[in-house]
Design a protein around this ligand. Structure first.
Ligand SMILES: [Zn+2]
Length: 344
């Protein structure tokens, strides 16, 4: 009799030891089978009970039942604990997973190089006291030519390969100088303004020519305005644009029908000291044509040239952007290739 009691105690200890060692819910069923399965240790002991006397059955029956119930309960509790712990570990593992580690590369848009360059130019002129102006891209012959001292049959009209429209005397502006006339007619004197816009020419497209390009136009009209004012503005602008305080300029005579005298302003090549491919080994780059506004142009804008004078300039913004960023083909600006755009 004492033997059965010992066996029960021993089994209790074995179950306790087995359950303490277990670390995974997957293995708990093996323990269950070991003790409570059809051929399990507890099951066998219980089936042996039929061989005992009635008194023994009465004494140990309940103890064996209790052993079985305790084993079932313990296994159940441990199994639940293990499953809970395993679930928590899974969640923790997920939480510590770095979601940014395998994130696909973020594609973020940015301003087109034209837009940033335009803003840069605007900021420089505004900082010098010029205000921005605008005008239509579809213009009349008057604003594009006649008012700018290029009357009908003037040979200078041949310089511009003009897109004429079906409507009589209407065209796509060949330069932004048209905006000068609009400003003269609509703004009070003195006028210090600049304009950035598209101009159109019927040209064969190649690496340095396009049918549409951006121009920047500027003028200052007041009493006693001279070429010195133009040179000062051009020099300050170019120094700021190329971020070179000692950037030098030189001037040469130039012909444009709407200015008298007309000048070509060159800047010292900001990229070299002794000549490079950008300045074609000359160390000078032609950038800034301008001059004093022709009296006929002032008159077209309703301003008395006896009382007022002014300077005007107009440069190719596209060309300047190409110079500044070392872009070798004008067509890059519009072909929308990401490889090009991503560099800015
Ligand atoms: Zn150079």
């Amino acid at each position: 009799m004492a033997d059965i009691k010992n066996q029960i105690d021993q089994i209790k200890n074995e179950i306790k030891n087995d359950l303490e060692k277990i670390s995974s819910s997957k293995n708990i069923d093996q323990i269950k089978i070991k003790y409570l399965g059809k051929k399990g240790i507890v099951t066998k002991l219980m089936s042996n009970l039929k061989n005992f006397s009635t008194e023994e059955k009465r004494k140990f029956g309940p103890k064996l039942n209790q052993l079985k119930k305790e084993a079932e309960d313990q296994i159940k509790v441990i199994k639940e604990k293990l499953i809970k712990k395993e679930t928590e570990n899974k969640i923790l593992k997920k939480q510590s997973f770095d979601v940014t580690l395998y994130k696909p590369q973020k594609i973020q848009g940015h301003k087109h190089p034209y837009s940033s360059f335009t803003e840069e130019i605007e900021n420089i002129f505004i900082s010098m006291g010029f205000y921005p102006s605008d005008g239509p891209e579809v213009e009349s012959d008057f604003y594009n030519f006649t008012a700018l001292n290029v009357p009908e049959n003037h040979p200078a009209r041949d310089m511009y390969d003009t897109f004429w429209l079906d409507k009589k005397n209407m065209l796509l502006r060949t330069h932004t100088s048209t905006i000068q006339i609009h400003a003269m007619k609509n703004k009070p004197l003195p006028i210090a303004t600049f304009a950035i816009g598209k101009a159109y020419r019927h040209e064969a497209v190649d690496a340095s020519h396009d049918i549409m390009f951006m121009q920047c136009e500027g003028m200052l009209i007041d009493k006693n305005i001279t070429l010195s004012h133009l040179f000062a503005v051009a020099k300050t602008f170019l120094q700021k644009m190329f971020d070179k305080k000692d950037l030098d300029i030189r001037t040469r005579p130039g012909f444009f029908p709407f200015v008298e005298p007309g000048v070509e302003i060159d800047m010292r090549c900001p990229f070299c000291k002794n000549g490079c491919s950008v300045c074609k080994k000359t160390t000078w780059i032609e950038v800034f044509p301008g001059g004093l506004i022709h009296p006929n142009v002032l008159r077209s804008g309703g301003i008395d040239p006896e009382k007022y004078s002014g300077f005007a300039f107009g440069f190719g913004l596209t060309r300047l952007a190409m110079l500044k960023y070392g872009i070798n083909d004008i067509r890059h600006f519009y072909n929308g290739k990401l490889k090009f755009l991503k560099q800015f």
